[in-house]
Ligand binder design. Structure first.
Ligand SMILES: *Cc1c(COP(=O)(O)O)cnc(C)c1O
Length: 466
């Protein structure tokens, strides 16, 4: 399978090249040349597979440059770190299905992709005796999932910047108590935007980037999307095939359009009509909901909410969907994205009918999040995290679709105890992997929000060729 840039000006590359590249040279994102369709007969044979077997079936349709036995071993190793054999679990609240994606080492769905990506990086670096310095800024979840994906790996060092004292204590300790020597936490005295700006400046230094083989771990990496396609297929098999229904909908709490884009790929893979709609759920940062409802993709100001991993305006995977929306015409995509980078807005009303074939959308308020957490705790003794609550509320608002709905549960509620307590006046139970955190030794470099100082620190600690 070859991968092409959404902007059409970069050479096609293989899967493993796409993984190591991240962004294409023309500024576009990489997509497989074609999405393989799975027929109902094949799908039936998948019903008896466990999660890792299914992951192999789905992923191998997009990967032809890793030997079968190696890919199977990579998948197996990636999901052995989860605390349930089946990797994901299903819960039922009234007529809603909840797909629990938070049973990995950092209790957020990002583990499903980043555990796999960490193993994949190491495997590919081993083959060509390479090395990699990963640099990223985080407002919480991504940083800890990335650290836990690559900790202890000989050919990789990871530098994660977070805003000093501006992330939750659990999130901070999940990152800073990791003992492995290849992990470097930097607390920047400033906001998340300051940390992000430093990372961008460092990546903009081409000489530094090439010398130190800087790599990113954000959700534009195709391998992350691919690993997420698997649980949509798993969930479809679980809900639709078992209950003998053909069509279902997924409700997805959305920030960077990564997770829901994986759902869109699954929709294209599964038999026609199997996934009849994707429900796009946002918090008050509603740019994507406006896009679906009105064709209005225009940047607003980022607002802080109780679902911080979705406090995003420009969604980094949006361009991938735009490519399909524009009938795979890279010239149109390139033009639109350049226009967006200048104006901060795109009006896509002409495409509304097409958008609405795939999506419906809702933006959910802070009051609604608290109400939703309260409602399902009272009714079912089930505690939703605030991100998941956004998706559940959106699903409720689209019950008129009249089909079974699967709501993606993206984080364990214990990661967001303060919001949960505000809603139901008690804290969620603390899972074992968080229980000892408070006593553990923590390591972190507190630094001024200064590009040169951070660059010097990275230079001093980076891995380099021997
Ligand atoms: C990252 C994250 C999201 C948003 O996922 P995207 O792929 O950015 O849309 C939702 N919930 C949680 C808990 C997250 O960590």
């Amino acid at each position: 399978m070859l991968y092409l840039s959404t902007r059409g000006k970069s050479a096609a590359r293989s899967f493993t090249e796409a993984v190591m590249t991240g962004l294409a040279e023309d500024g576009g994102l990489l997509l497989p040349r074609a999405i393989p369709r799975i027929d109902r007969g094949t799908l039936e044979t998948w019903q008896t597979l466990n999660y890792t077997q299914l992951a192999f079936e789905v992923m191998s349709r997009f990967i032809d440059d890793i030997p079968t036995a190696d890919l199977k071993a990579l998948i197996k190793k990636s999901y052995a770190t989860f605390d349930v054999d089946e990797v994901v679990l299903h819960a039922h609240l009234d007529d809603l299905h909840i797909l629990e994606l938070f049973h990995g080492p950092t209790l957020a769905f990002k583990d499903i992709a980043l555990q796999f990506l960490g193993n994949l990086f190491e495997y590919l670096l081993d083959q060509n005796d390479g090395f990699l310095n990963i640099i990223g800024a985080t407002s919480g979840d991504t940083g800890s999932a990335a650290i836990h994906g690559v900790k202890g790996r000989k050919r990789i060092r990871i530098f994660i910047l977070h805003p000093h004292q501006r992330i939750s204590e659990v999130q901070e300790r999940q990152m800073t108590t990791v003992e492995d020597e290849n992990v470097y936490n930097i607390a920047v005295k400033g906001t998340f935007d300051d940390a992000q700006a430093i990372v961008k400046a460092i990546f903009g230094n081409k000489e530094f980037k090439d010398t130190y083989k800087l790599g990113a771990i954000n959700s534009i990496n195709w391998a992350r999307i691919l690993a997420q396609v698997v649980y949509y297929v798993q969930s479809y098999l679980h809900v639709a095939v078992h209950e003998k229904i053909n069509a279902i909908a997924f409700s997805v709490p959305t920030g960077n359009f990564g997770d829901i884009f994986a759902g869109y790929i699954a929709k294209k893979m599964l038999p026609e009509g199997a996934v009849s709609k994707l429900i796009l759920a946002t918090n008050a940062n509603d740019i994507l909901a406006r896009f679906v409802n009105k064709g209005d993709y225009s940047l607003g100001k980022v607002v802080e909410t109780s679902s911080p991993s979705m406090d995003i305006q420009a969604a980094s995977n949006f361009e991938r969907y735009l490519y399909y929306l524009m009938d795979c015409e890279p010239d149109l995509v390139r033009e639109s994205m350049l226009k967006f980078s200048v104006d901060g807005k795109l009006y896509l009303q002409d495409y509304l009918a097409h958008i609405k074939r795939d999506f419906v959308a809702s933006s959910v308020s802070e009051t609604e999040v608290l109400e939703t957490i309260r409602k399902y705790f009272k009714g079912h003794r089930y505690i939703l995290d605030p991100h998941t609550a956004v998706g559940v509320r959106a699903a409720e608002q689209h019950r008129d679709l009249g089909i079974p709905m699967v709501c993606l549960a993206t984080a364990h509620p214990a990661k967001f105890g303060a919001t949960v307590e505000k809603a139901i006046e008690r804290q969620p139970d603390i899972p074992a992997c968080l229980a000892g955190l408070a006593e553990k030794q923590s390591r972190c470099e507190v630094m001024d929000a200064d590009v040169e100082a951070v660059t010097a620190y990275i230079e001093q600690h980076a891995i380099r060729p021997t």
